[in-house]
Design a protein around this ligand. Structure first.
Ligand code: SF4
Length: 380
């Protein structure tokens, strides 16, 4: 690998990655607290690396589009076909070489590869798959997350599932009507998106292959209760590993350029609620919405659910699922409580990971020397 190809292709990597970054960042709770990109200096240019969160910590990813040429004209997107922008397309071999190079340098641990829609879903995905095949052939054992196109054929889906760690198709909107209004192209929401996701999920469950995820755009004529109803269905029925929300940002020279952006706090409340549905045993009916079907922005959804349910439980008697309903207690601290019971005081609770500031109004210690219930202040 000579420095010539490296600098030229790194520059292209930078351009495509910057386009991607401007278009959509996958927000997570951590992302809202700190920047998720850092820049890797290389020769005469820099490559932005995306820091994805995982249960095992931060995972630096090369995150890019296979192509920014698109035949669709979606109203919200910077890559819509009618928009005049510079466009780029990777050659699979170039991208594979760069990914391997960065991986061998230990600058990335994986690749997130999406693409604009270049007319034929199978042809678009074939170019992504070519890259992935080369990577695996050349010994790349890093993480690969592939975003497939709506309508991708089953053969390509099955191959993707054997080569990648995670795959998915963006459902984009919580219902068919909004999808059809916003997406400018011949994609059938029921067949090409939802049915495909059901098929992918069936294969993933049966053959324990790649994880499955999707993404929903938030902030264009939608409501939190509808988005979360779809999210609950995706987690419970399709067993998705993750539903991402992408807050709408108006893009100049698109039909929605004057539409207000989605508040960051709304994304945060949606993520918090989606984790309660996925990991904490909550149902949508447990959540509190305002009269318009929106989550209140000024209060944490778990706190609101506990307050509305008048939650007040004995920490030494409560079941695992009941403990998970307490603000300030998560899966790890709930398991610790079960292992360490009987618990006697706040110090013990704190030492096993309970956030007492949040939990106090909702818990007490019965039959011990000190009961939190006796301290009225905790219920005020
Ligand atoms: S299909 Fe739509 S959302 Fe995807 S890149 Fe093309 S214009 Fe953008």
């Amino acid at each position: 690998m000579g420095p010539g190809w490296q600098s030229g292709q790194m520059r292209q990597a930078r351009d495509l990655l910057f386009l991607w970054n401007a278009w959509v960042q996958i927000p997570t709770l951590a992302c809202m607290r700190r920047a998720k990109w850092h820049h890797l200096g290389h020769d005469r240019c820099t490559v932005p690396i995306y820091e994805a969160s995982s249960p095992r910590g931060v995972v630096p990813l090369l995150k890019t589009l296979m192509s920014s040429y698109c035949t669709n004209d979606c109203k919200f997107c910077m890559f819509r076909s009618s928009r005049r922008i510079d466009r780029y397309r990777w050659e699979p071999e170039e991208l594979a070489k760069i990914a391997i190079h960065l991986w061998e340098m230990k600058k990335i641990k994986g690749l997130f590869l999406s693409s604009s829609f270049e007319g034929d879903p199978d042809e678009t995905v074939e170019r992504q798959l070519e890259t992935v095949r080369m990577l695996r052939r050349d010994g790349f054992t890093g993480y690969i997350h592939l975003r497939l196109m709506p309508g991708t054929g089953m053969e390509k889906i099955k191959e993707s599932m054997t080569l990648c760690d995670r795959i998915g198709i963006n459902i984009e909107f919580p219902n068919k009507e909004l999808y059809e209004e916003m997406k400018g192209g011949p994609i059938d929401f029921s067949q090409d998106v939802m049915k495909r996701m059901e098929q992918i999920s069936r294969i993933a469950r049966k053959e324990c292959q790649a994880d499955v995820d999707t993404q929903i755009v938030v902030g264009i004529e939608d409501y939190d209760d509808e988005i979360l109803k779809k999210t609950e269905w995706l987690y419970k029925k399709l067993n998705l590993a993750r539903v991402y929300y992408s807050g709408f940002e108006p893009i100049p020279d698109t039909p929605l350029e004057k539409h207000p952006p989605c508040p960051k706090l709304r994304e945060l409340r949606l993520y918090q609620t989606s984790f309660l549905l996925r990991d904490y045993g909550f149902k949508l009916d447990d959540m509190v919405f305002d009269g318009k079907g929106m989550l209140p922005l000024d209060e944490d959804p778990k706190f609101l659910a506990a307050k509305t349910a008048d939650l007040f439980l004995d920490i030494n008697e409560a079941s695992y699922l009941d403990l998970l309903r307490v603000p300030g207690i998560g899966p790890v601290s709930a398991r610790n409580i079960l292992e360490e019971r009987p618990l006697r005081d706040e110090k013990q609770l704190r030492s096993i990971g309970v956030n007492l500031k949040r939990a106090r109004p909702f818990i007490f210690l019965k039959g011990t020397q000190k009961t939190l219930a006796d301290e009225k202040v905790y219920r005020s």
